[in-house]
Design a protein around this ligand. Structure first.
Ligand code: ZN
Length: 472
């Protein structure tokens, strides 16, 4: 496809949204074309900011007729390049102006939110109705509901509440033809044929554009306890996880694992924070407990888990946050690890999952793989252990050349993903495929699955206008 659109095309699209909401200048388009890690930076030919579902529909209808590629974009926080140009000549369709919470029902515990509602705003709207919308991500101040659903976002509360897919009861989607699929039903039970909405969730905008969704809300927890535990091995962390789940059940809302090196990076990056424990351990877990009863109940659950863990020898030392500020500090040590890696130079990243019980085996087998590709590279392993999801990041060796190290990205990804596939895991647990992992998906997914995905894509988007160059 050409980098620029034919004469008259830009004007035709701009007329749908009005000149104010059609960005054509290079400086206006630039921030929409670059993703957070700066890996992709091909400029879009135009940015459209529709203000209604009817305008989205008109844009897609014209795009299908003229075979103009369209990229739906939310808060532009995705980490796999799904929301920025890949092939050239694309129009970015920003959903930011569709940002209304259309309805909120505390009895059925549902909210109807438009695609451009910022995740934090959806959480705040639920909170104002004394409810919880549990999706929680580092980027929640800027990412949007449409993008969260299109990438099936995970985050730190998946253990108790599920990922974005499990938080969605219904969708409104504009199809590439311009037709609108209205499936905004607020039903907990619905067995009427194929589950269409779940084809759009996680499709990264390759099948249609999500314009609104019915989201699930939950009762707000009445008490919280956050504990920091030092341990010797990932196997000990797994034993503690089993104990915590048996004791706390659904009240166990987070179980995060991190390596000592990850904590050291975080402490160096945020000197205002303290190491939660007086002694040093090779591994740590952060345990998050939410009680529907009371603060005392949450704390008691945490104390029972930790006392049993220490008595049985798989927890070394532990601290329970004594204040809200300390809870926040514990969580920041975990959440800001990726950022904290920056001063250490280049980082090759993996967002993988394996069955939870295989986490210790994966960690043991992955280290020599890394060492064989870049001797001296520093593994910074952390993640959502309760979901079997690790962010297996690898920082460059001390003093190495950053660009030379990052040139090993593909080779290291391929080797680590090979191990993941061998262990029946996933090469993308919560970030999606986008451009970054498209080749890896083609090389690692079963041929029958790939063929089915291609047939679904062709059935929904015969003109091939929806987010080309992504996923498949
Ligand atoms: Zn994560």
């Amino acid at each position: 496809m050409s980098e620029t659109l034919p004469p008259g095309r830009i004007e035709a699209f701009a007329a749908i949204v009005g000149a104010r909401n059609a960005l054509t200048g290079a400086a206006d388009i630039a921030p929409f074309s670059v993703e957070p890690r700066g890996l992709y930076c091909r400029p879009a030919s135009l940015v459209l900011r529709p203000g209604s579902v009817a305008e989205v529909s008109a844009i897609l209808k014209l795009a299908s007729q003229t075979r103009t590629p369209i990229i739906p974009q939310g808060g532009n926080t995705g980490l796999v390049g799904g929301q920025v140009p890949a092939t050239g000549g694309e129009i970015i369709l920003s959903l930011s102006r569709l940002n209304a919470v259309r309805a909120l029902d505390p009895v059925s515990n549902t909210m109807v939110a438009e695609a451009g509602v910022v995740l934090q705003a959806a959480r705040d709207a639920a909170d104002a109705a004394d409810r919880l919308f549990p999706l929680a991500l580092g980027s929640q101040g800027s990412c949007q509901i449409g993008g969260n659903l299109s990438s099936n976002a995970g985050g730190t509360q998946v253990l108790a509440y599920g990922n974005a897919r499990e938080l969605c009861l219904g969708l409104e989607v504009v199809l590439p033809t311009g037709e609108v699929l209205d499936d905004l039903r607020r039903l907990a039970k619905d067995n009427t044929g194929y589950d269409l909405k779940n084809l759009f969730v996680g499709a990264e905008g390759t099948l249609g554009i999500i314009t609104a969704a019915v989201l699930k809300m939950f009762p707000k927890p009445k008490g919280k306890a956050v504990a920091w535990v030092g341990l010797k091995t990932p196997a000990d962390a797994l034993a503690l996880f089993n104990r915590a789940r048996a004791i706390a059940g659904g009240a166990l809302t987070g179980f995060e694992l991190m390596q000592r090196r990850a904590l050291e990076f975080a402490l160096a990056y945020m000197p205002e924070l303290r190491d939660p424990l007086p002694d040093t351990w090779p591994w740590y877990v952060l345990i998050d407990i939410s009680s529907g009863r009371s603060q005392e109940d949450a704390r008691e659950l945490a104390e029972i888990i930790l006392a049993g863990g220490i008595e049985d020898g798989f927890a070394g030392n532990a601290a329970i946050a004594a204040s809200l500020a300390q809870e926040r500090a514990f969580w920041r040590l975990r959440e800001d690890i990726s950022e904290a890696q920056r001063p250490a130079g280049g980082s090759i990243k993996h967002d993988i999952s394996v069955p939870v019980e295989a986490i210790p085996e994966f960690i043991e087998r992955a280290a020599p793989v890394v060492e064989s590709i870049v001797p001296g590279a520093r593994v910074v392993c952390f993640g959502h252990m309760g979901d079997g999801n690790l962010h297996y990041n690898v920082s460059q060796p001390v003093g190495a050349d950053k660009q030379a190290y990052l040139a090993k990205w593909g080779e290291m990804n391929h080797a680590i993903h090979g191990l993941v596939i061998e262990m029946h895991g996933s090469i993308s647990a919560e970030h999606g495929i986008g451009q970054l992992k498209r080749e890896e998906l083609a090389q690692t997914a079963p041929p029958v699955a790939l063929e089915l995905m291609r047939r679904i894509k062709a059935a929904f988007d015969p003109a091939g206008i929806m987010n080309p160059g992504k996923v498949i």
